[in-house]
Design a protein around this ligand. Sequence first.
Ligand code: FES
Length: 140
Amino acid sequence: MSDKKIYQEELMDHFKYPRNKYKIEDPDFYSGQFNPSCGDKISIEGKIEEDENGILRVTQIGFDGSGCVISMAAASMLTEKCLNKSVDEILDLDKDDMLKLVGLNLGPIRLRCVLLCLEALKQGLIEYKNKFVGMTRSKS
Ligand code: FES
């Protein structure tokens, strides 16, 4: 089976059986994004804890939303990838990381589909840091 086909099957699997598509009780961060050109929307929320080295980590993460196969599958894959990652590691994720994650080469319009969830997640984490840590760093 070709790599492309494997990626497509994985994408469809995440779309049909989304991981982490649930609400988090009393979340530490929350953010939503909306794509006005298609109406798709995604929200991501989660819990953050400081580990024994003083590093902030996302210890629970969930998403909700409605949209195209790519946007929903990307959100599912992203939440899987980010569970237990540090807040700073997540803030360093960019478009290339997302394209690698979903395994697709996309044009500018469909690129928005994979970035919607990342933008929501990063915005939520930046707001959290601004509120509770007082500093942010993020590459776009
Ligand atoms: Fe709307 Fe993909 S078509 S985000």
